[in-house]
Design a protein. Structure first.
Length: 333
């Protein structure tokens, strides 16, 4: 091979390599990284389902597997136990993990709602006003925001926990427990609340107070995973931001995707769709909520020596600051 041919061959090889690298930058041929996401099948998980179905994760170089768990508590425990890399959870399981000293980070809040939690009661059990809950059996899942919401609702209505009979019920058994009359009421979330309203019909009493609690739906990971995979965290967040845009521009298709993944009828999902704000953020309100719930949990555990940790230390903001800096509004971050 003469010198001219050698130079041309090197030039072609370099050109191909540069072209491949550029394609990778645009997400079309990025090296795929496997990420397992533990997700609870709830409407607020919609950005993850949309990103998965529309290929947004793949565009960002992520080969995602979705693992379904019945509650955010279980999903977060899967992350802590090493079964998943990322997991969805409301702030209550995050708070409990923080009190236990688990090394986790919240990397973003996916959605917020002040109407997500409700107490659904049976009218035929003599319940028509908050005071009628006194002495009644109320189904609740310990360690979830259903338990905290019940506490908050009883408090603002001048009732103590001892005034009701709290009955431990798994999230998957909530609907059956109330429909069959094992309990008189339940404190739970969508889609259970919507299903119960349809099954009980006119016998369902919806008890809520939109001003006492705002649910945040968060994505968390172990601190070790985040520190060793900062690029994957950024790519994940980019995909979710794409999903948010899709949800706003094509809500009907986003609802259809979500309904398929959570096993909820489209008409029922449409009834509650407007309850959620799908904005990927990290707000100071998350820290305040974690602190408030930590004080409640410590007081609940009589004689506990636990102290409220600095929950700012359980938030990783660098990823979101890189991809959408204006979405980070936490003091010190």
């Amino acid at each position: 091979m003469n010198k001219t041919m050698t130079v041309l061959l090197i030039a072609v090889v370099l050109s191909v390599n540069i072209g491949c690298n550029r394609k990778g930058e645009h997400g079309s041929t990025k090296q795929q990284e496997t990420v397992i996401i533990a997700v609870s099948p709830q409407p607020v998980s919609a950005p993850l389902y949309v990103a998965f179905e529309k290929g947004f994760f793949e565009r960002e170089g992520l080969r995602v597997t979705l693992q379904s768990y019945t509650s955010g508590k279980d999903a977060l425990n899967a992350v802590i136990g090493g079964k998943a890399h990322l997991g969805t959870a409301a702030e209550t399981p995050v708070m409990i993990a923080g009190l236990k000293g688990e090394k986790i980070y919240v990397i973003a809040t996916l959605a917020e709602s002040d109407k997500y939690m409700r107490i659904i009661a049976r009218k035929d059990r003599g319940i028509s006003i908050p005071a009628d809950l006194k002495g009644k059996k109320i189904g609740v899942s310990p360690g979830t925001n259903g338990e905290f919401f019940l506490h908050a609702y009883l408090t603002v209505n001048h009732l103590a926990k001892k005034d009701v009979q709290a009955v431990d019920v798994l999230p998957k058994d909530m609907v059956d427990a109330l429909v069959t009359g094992k309990v008189d009421a339940v404190s739970t979330w969508v889609p259970h609340t919507t299903t119960l309203q349809h099954k009980l019909g006119s016998n369902a009493l919806i008890i809520d107070d939109h001003g006492i609690y705002v649910m945040t739906w968060n994505v968390a990971a172990t601190q070790d995973f985040v520190k060793s995979h900062p690029a994957q965290i950024e790519n994940f967040l980019r995909a979710v931001l794409r999903a948010n845009k899709f949800i706003k521009e094509r809500p009907d298709e986003a609802r259809a995707i979500t309904a398929k993944h959570i096993g909820m009828d489209m008409p029922m999902l449409s009834e509650t769709w407007d309850l959620y704000g799908f904005n990927t953020v990290l707000n100071q309100s998350l820290i305040l909520s974690l602190e408030d719930q930590a004080r409640w949990m410590i007081k609940k555990e009589a004689g506990s020596a636990r102290r409220t940790p600095n929950f700012v230390d359980f938030v990783y903001a660098d990823g979101l600051k890189t991809v959408q800096p204006e979405a980070v509004r936490i003091s010190g971050k």
